[in-house]
Design a protein around this ligand. Structure first.
Ligand code: ADP
Ligand code: ADP
Ligand code: ZN
Length: 215
């Protein structure tokens, strides 16, 4: 099974990917996470991406498609893939078709997380994650059960993304509307798009996604 989770920044793609990994043993392929790792490691890709990401603009199609290609090459063919934050342009969607074909995979579902734009700024400015394991939290909507202690690994250090501020979020939303939303018709023509109400609770969204995967 190969699926795309599509939605604007803060829609819940990362949160739902983590749930799918846990429930179904799928693998999350997040270009955002890969790029942040490259920035941290100071690789040539990271050096090129850093400022673009800080502005909330999109990095080049070629960089992200190469990252995805390399990850799929290293995956067992039977492991399902969740594409999180990729593709983000029609050119990336076309590249993904070629990459999937090369690795003998096909796209089963494109799941659109539909959210109310007003809620996104609050979601993003309240987002933080465990510095040790990366588990995602929210100040009010999804805090750790014991304040200051990660539910998943017991870690006590947390971090916030430098691009999770209101100004950058507005730019990211604009990029989504202009460049990413147009990939929906590309996939709708194939009849593989499902829409989920992303404004429900994390559990309700997870159930709606599982219902789609069951067919
Ligand atoms: P994305 O990967 O689409 O940018 P995230 O999964 O990181 O979004 O979620 C953004 C923030 O919103 C996180 O702090 C997360 O804990 C919170 N969140 C995710 N899903 C929901 C939900 N259904 N209801 C409320 N808050 C949510
Ligand atoms: P969010 O969780 O808020 O949707 P991501 O973590 O997916 O954000 O992406 C963070 C930043 O990384 C983006 O604002 C963009 O600069 C860059 N990025 C991530 N994925 C892509 C992609 N597929 N194409 C271009 N840029 C990307
Ligand atoms: Zn943790």
């Amino acid at each position: 099974m190969n699926i795309i989770l599509l939605g604007p920044p803060g829609a819940g793609k990362g949160t739902q990917s983590a749930g799918l990994v846990e429930r179904h043993g799928m693998r999350q392929l997040s270009t955002g996470d890969m790029l942040r790792a490259a920035v941290k490691a100071g690789t040539p890709v990271g050096l090129r991406a850093k400022e673009v990401m800080e502005r909330g603009e999109l990095v080049s199609d070629e960089i992200v498609s190469d990252l995805i290609d390399a990850e799929l090459a290293a995956m067992a063919p039977e492991t399902g893939a969740i594409f999180d934050g990729y593709p983000r342009t029609v050119a990336q969607a076309e590249a993904l078709d070629a990459i999937l074909a090369k690795h003998g995979r096909k796209l089963d579902h494109v799941i659109e997380l539909a959210v109310d734009e007003d809620a996104l700024v609050a979601r993003i400015t309240g987002r933080f994650s465990c510095a040790n394991c990366g588990a995602l939290y929210h100040d009010t909507a999804h805090p750790p059960a014991t304040p200051g202690v990660c539910d998943v690994c017991g870690g006590t250090e947390f971090k916030r993304r430098p691009d999770d501020n209101e100004e950058t979020v507005r730019m990211r939303m604009q990029e989504y509307r202009a460049k990413t939303a147009p990939i929906l018709p590309f996939y709708e023509a194939r009849g593989i798009v499902s829409r989920v109400d992303g404004m429900g609770s994390i559990e309700a969204v997870a159930q709606a996604i599982d219902a789609i995967l069951r067919g």
